[in-house]
Design a protein around this ligand. Structure first.
Ligand code: F6R
Length: 613
């Protein structure tokens, strides 16, 4: 969704804001804008396009000055991608300026009310309505200062917001508030930053606190005050930001997605560190320790996620049934939340999410929790909303994921779900020896991923051969059916090639009609229970002119008779194989996007974290 950065202090803030905004560009890149209070007046510069376009425009107009300011990168929801719809938005009465991430659901009725009062709108956005409403309520002569006006306006609003507001009549004050959309406050020495996430703050200060829902913060160079929208004071918990600068910088790589694919071995070693005990055949998960009894009694596990996270959850479903012998189901969080789900006693709901902010996953988790489920999180971003809403959880520890297409988080999610399944399995049916055996294999995953990455050049050259094809199939069975879905999603989202993933057996029930001469079909054909069946499916596609790209197990010579191209992955127990088989698919998608000349890290229409429904 949108990215927000704001500053109040004693430094000239234009460049500092732009630097932060660049770090948040993965959240949206339809338009960008900046505002400062310059010589007592609000000065706004905004434009469609990227932060780079904003920099060009700033250069044209001679930049903006001021020691208080805000900037925004937009992922459009209400209103098209135009200059007037870009943030910041101002009001027409009180000198208010505002940036917003989220959706004001009752904006239409508020707009009618404000139009009746004579306000004239310049944009089609819900955000401008909020700026006007705050301006309408602002009345210092009646004791309604900026903070009070923001609180009052937010009491009228339904929907989601992370906002920062300033007013030219209070030129030392920033007011920020949140409901549903993340915001954090970086605490410096006589200066404060507000941002959608810590990456925009960390190069200035490592002390920060997260705003909670319905909280408002007033910031001046002299200090800050936090309260609820009903003006009840609250005391935030200032914490150390655990982000290393290196982890949010590109280094020698061309794109963040490439960097994140290549750092997967290191990331998984972090995920496993201190959690695998092969000597005693057990998994050590501090986050779950106090819920071990409830987990042992679990009768049903519901795994909730969206997109790539859902694909990891689907693998989790297989893992839970196989390793922990507990009935499990993976569900689109967006569907689950609007059903009337039956949550029986001893149900565990697991939210799977990189950001920990996806609106649907959060709401689905809440629904399951309200109906009595134990709520767990398998989440990457430490301290994210989901991490705070769950009863307990296990962090991925794969570091910040900046590329919009999720790669290392997927592998991290599958790895953690494997650990959780073994943690459960060991308490239910697995012996220490069985457990130790799987764990020993699990420990080999980082090295094995490294070996696959060494075949990058070959993967690139095969991708090149099929680069003009507009329709692809991705087929797999069992554990690798979700991997097929993930391969198709990766290709779609960054190279804009139409791809479908499905269980290989499903193909005969209709999609086989799509196959024509030369159509690429990627089969995940590693050695496993259904290997022979996959080979039959390969032949069915080949007989109809399809071109076969197979992901197979090292040493499998037979596959060469059936496939046009083969990517080998090291041998590993089937339950752990998706963490390996997905790697060539990630690399293919990456190369396809580069070869087609797309912006890999900022694919069109997408945003990294979907904080609206
Ligand atoms: C695809 C992708 C998305 C996310 C989905 C959930 O590459 O990144 O499909 O997986 O939006 O996001 P999180 O994991 O943050 O809940």
């Amino acid at each position: 969704m949108c990215g927000i950065v704001a500053y109040v202090g004693n430094k000239q803030c234009q460049n500092l804001l732009l630097e932060g905004l660049k770090r948040l560009e993965y959240r949206g890149y339809d338009s960008a804008g900046i505002a400062t209070i310059q010589d007592g007046h609000i000065r706004v510069v905004k434009t469609v396009g990227r932060v780079a376009n904003l920099e060009d425009k700033l250069e044209e107009v001679g930049g903006v000055r001021g020691t208080i300011g805000m900037c925004h990168t937009r992922w459009a929801t209400h209103g098209g991608v135009t200059d007037p719809n870009a943030h910041p938005h101002t009001d027409d009465k009180s000198g208010i300026c505002l940036i917003h991430n989220g959706i004001i659901e009752n904006y239409a009725s508020l707009k009618t009310y404000l139009e009746e009062k004579g306000h004239k709108f310049q944009s089609q956005t819900d955000t401008e309505v909020l700026a006007m409403l705050i301006g309408e309520l602002y009345s210092p002569s009646e004791g309604v200062d900026l903070e009070a006006a923001v609180q009052a306006a937010l009491r009228e609003v339904t929907g989601a917001y992370g906002i920062v507001v300033m007013c030219d009549k209070e030129p030392d004050t920033l007011v920020a508030a949140r409901k549903g959309s993340p915001l954090m406050v970086g605490v410096g020495n006589g200066e404060y930053l507000v941002a959608s996430d810590g990456s925009a703050v960390v190069s200035h200060t490592s002390q920060a606190f997260a705003l909670e829902d319905y909280q408002v913060v007033k910031l001046t160079p002299k200090g800050f005050r936090t309260s609820t929208i009903h003006n009840v004071p609250v005391t935030p918990k200032i914490q150390q930001l655990e982000i290393e600068l290196e982890s949010i910088e590109l280094g020698a790589y061309s794109h963040f997605m490439q960097k994140e694919i290549f750092e997967q071995p290191k990331c998984l070693s972090n995920t496993f560190r201190g959690r695998i005990d092969t000597r005693d055949g057990k998994v050590v998960l501090g986050g779950l320790a106090s819920f071990a009894k409830e987990l042992t009694r679990a009768k049903r596990v519901i795994l909730l996620g969206q997109g790539t996270a859902l694909h990891a959850a689907m693998i989790g479903e297989y893992l839970m049934e196989d390793l922990a012998k507990v009935c499990a189901v993976a569900e689109y969080a967006s569907e689950f939340r609007y059903r009337n789900p039956i949550i029986e006693e001893n149900t565990v709901a697991i939210a799977v999410s990189q950001s920990g902010e996806t609106a649907d996953t959060l709401a689905a988790l809440q629904e399951a929790k309200d109906r009595g489920a134990l709520a767990l999180g398998v989440i990457n971003v430490v301290g994210s909303t989901m991490a705070r809403e769950t009863d307990a959880g296990v962090y991925l520890r794969v570091g910040p994921e900046i590329g919009v297409a999720s790669t290392k988080a997927f592998v991290g999610q599958v790895a953690v779900l494997t650990l959780v399944s073994i943690f459960l399995g060991r308490r239910r049916f697995m012996s220490a020896d069985q457990c130790a055996e799987v764990l020993k294999a699990l420990e080999t995953v980082p090295d094995k991923i490294q070996r696959i990455l060494e075949h990058d050049a070959k993967i690139k050259s095969v991708t090149e051969r099929y680069i003009d094809r507009e329709n692809w199939l991705f087929l797999g069975r069992g554990y690798n059916y979700p991997t097929a879905l993930e391969g198709a999603l990766k290709l779609k989202e960054i190279s804009y090639i139409h791809a479908e993933g499905m269980p290989a057996a499903e193909m005969k029930h209709g999609p086989i009609a799509l196959i024509n001469e030369g159509m690429p079909a990627v089969f995940i054909a590693n050695r496993g229970r259904q290997y022979e069946k996959v080979i039959s499916n390969i032949q069915e596609v080949k007989a109809r002119g399809g071109r076969i790209i197979a992901v197979a197990t090292e040493g499998d010579e037979q596959i060469k008779r059936h496939a046009d191209d083969v990517f080998y992955v090291p041998d590993i127990p089937e339950a752990l194989s998706p963490m390996l088989t997905v790697i060539p698919l990630q690399l293919m998608a990456y190369h396809a996007a580069v070869l087609r000349g797309h912006d890999v890290d900022k694919p069109r229409n997408l945003a990294k974290s979907v904080t609206v429904e």
